[in-house]
Design a protein around this ligand. Structure first.
Ligand code: ADP
Ligand code: ADP
Length: 226
């Protein structure tokens, strides 16, 4: 049974521009789906519609058969990790990771337990009292991941999460994301420009162009074609 289905999804922005056209995809539980395609082809728009940060103009988004189109972002069981991390600069690592849980009125002792567990997974335990400006790029990226992990979502959406890191860190974080995917058993949808990331992480790759899905295939079939 499919965990996430996009049925004829379209996005028309208020200015009339059609950023996404008739997007169809069935995503099974625990898949690692990669979106690739030139800048402006509609990758982020699609992620934001799945997250509920952008209204779906046409079509239907379902999780386990339940229509999600009008469900509030915070009730979607989906967490998004952004390219620019979007950390609160005035809050500590702990508070940044706890924020989404506080918003959902999770009890304090439960928050503490959950944040500490996530910090352990992400090797952030010793940094919980720091502010983002006192962290390296890789550490900030881990905090951004931590904010998503604490919610234990069914689906993670990652919009070029490694693109602000230098080459060495990117390789290291790529390995960590692969481990995280195994460990969490969640579905991941991941936008990247990096072919190596797409090949090593993806179970399937969705190629987009000008708002239209061109191809959906495994990395093997997509990149090893003669
Ligand atoms: P990608 O993530 O693939 O780079 P985006 O989804 O960000 O692409 O953008 C897809 C297209 O929609 C681009 O042409 C972009 O300029 C346009 N777009 C994005 N946001 C808006 C908006 N609020 N209003 C109008 N057009 C937009
Ligand atoms: P969630 O865990 O529900 O995604 P977030 O902590 O990401 O919660 O964000 C909660 C709210 O705060 C959202 O409305 C989001 O748009 C806003 N927000 C997120 N990051 C920032 C930021 N760096 N500065 C200001 N507002 C933010």
């Amino acid at each position: 049974m499919s965990s996430l289905s996009l049925e004829h999804i379209g996005k028309k922005y208020p200015n009339g521009f059609e950023a996404v056209k008739d997007f169809n995809l069935e995503i099974a539980d625990k898949e690692f789906i990669i979106f690739v395609g030139p800048s402006g082809c509609g990758k982020s728009t699609t992620l934001r519609m799945i997250a509920g940060l952008e209204e779906i103009s046409s079509g239907t988004l379902k999780i386990d058969g339940k229509v999600m189109n009008d469900v509030d972002p915070k009730d979607r069981d989906i967490a998004m990790v952004f390219q620019n991390y979007a950390l609160y600069p005035h809050m500590t690592v702990f508070d940044n990771m706890a924020f989404g849980l506080k918003l959902r009125k999770v009890p304090k002792d439960q928050i503490e337990k959950t944040v500490k567990e996530a910090a352990k997974i992400l090797d952030l335990e010793h940094l919980l009292d720091r502010k983002p400006k006192a962290l390296s790029g890789g550490q900030r990226q881990r905090v951004a991941m931590g904010r998503a992990i604490v919610r234990n979502p069914r689906v993670f959406l990652m919009d070029e999460p490694l693109s602000n890191l230098d080459a060495k860190l990117r390789v290291q974080m790529r390995t960590e994301i692969a481990k995280l995917h195994d460990r969490l058993g969640a579905t991941i949808i991941y936008v990247t420009h990096d072919q190596t990331e797409a090949m090593t992480l993806g179970t399937r790759i969705v190629v987009m162009k000008e708002g239209v899905v061109q191809q959906v295939d495994t990395p093997q079939n997509l990149y090893n074609e003669p």
